[in-house]
Design a protein around this ligand. Structure first.
Ligand code: FE
Length: 196
C-alpha cells in the first residue's frame, strides 16, 4: 500500500471511531478539533519554565502561584483554559524537606498548556504504576538521588485537576536574569523527575 492509501485508511477508521463515540454520547461533536486547536495554540514547556523563573525572582508571585495557580498564570498571560472547561492547576513547590512528582495513574492527564505534549514515558504503564509504589526507586532511575530525610509526595492528576512542580532554584544562580533562569528549567523538572 502506498503511504497516501495507508493514511486515508487510517483517517477513515479514526472518523468511524469518532462517529461511534459521538453517537453514544461519549464524545461531544467537535471535541477532538478543539483539542487539536489547544495543541496548536502553543502548549510548551517554555511556558512552565517562565512561570518557575518568575516565582524564583518574585516571592510575591510565588505565594500567589502556590495559593491559586489558575489566577496567578494570568499575570504572565498564560491560562489553563483553551478547551471545554478550565482545568484546575495546583503548583507544588519542592523544598529540602519535600520533593514532589506528578503522575496520572489512570491515563496521561497533564498540564499541556504549560508543559507541551507529554513524553511517552509519562504515559507508560511502568511509570504510572511504579511511581506510586516506589517513587524513590523511580526517581533514582531518572538520576535523581534524594537524601533519605527528603519526603516524596506523588500527585495523581485527573481530568479536572492538573499539577506542576516548582523546582528549587539551583545554587549559584543569583546573577542570572529571569530569562536565563527560565532556560535552566526542563520538562522533567516540572514533572518532578529531575531536580530542575
Ligand atoms: Fe489521565
Amino acid at each position: 500500500m502506498s503511504g497516501d492509501h495507508v493514511s486515508s485508511v487510517i483517517s477513515a477508521r479514526v472518523r468511524r471511531v469518532e462517529d461511534l463515540l459521538e453517537g453514544r454520547g461519549l464524545l461531544d461533536a467537535g471535541e477532538i478539533d478543539r483539542r487539536i486547536d489547544e495543541f496548536a495554540a502553543g502548549g510548551s514547556p517554555a511556558n512552565g519554565a517562565r512561570v518557575v523563573a518568575r516565582a524564583w525572582v518574585d516571592p510575591g508571585f510565588a505565594s500567589r502561584l502556590l495559593a491559586d495557580a489558575n489566577t496567578a498564570l494570568g499575570e504572565l498571560g498564560l491560562s489553563m483554559s483553551g478547551g471545554l472547561q478550565e482545568q484546575r492547576l495546583k503548583v507544588v513547590a519542592n523544598s529540602a524537606a519535600e520533593h514532589h512528582v506528578v503522575v496520572c495513574t489512570l491515563c496521561s492527564c497533564y498540564p499541556i498548556a504549560l508543559l507541551g505534549p507529554s513524553p511517552s514515558w509519562y504515559k507508560s504503564e511502568a511509570y504510572r504504576s511504579r511511581v506510586v509504589r516506589d517513587p524513590r526507586g523511580v526517581l533514582r532511575e531518572f538520576g535523581v538521588e534524594l537524601p533519605a530525610e527528603t519526603q516524596i509526595s506523588v500527585w495523581d492528576a485527573s481530568a479536572e485537576s492538573r499539577y506542576m512542580v516548582l523546582p528549587r532554584r539551583p545554587e549559584g544562580t543569583g546573577a542570572l536574569s529571569e530569562a536565563e533562569l527560565a532556560g535552566l528549567v526542563t520538562r522533567k523538572g516540572l514533572i518532578g523527575t529531575a531536580l530542575v
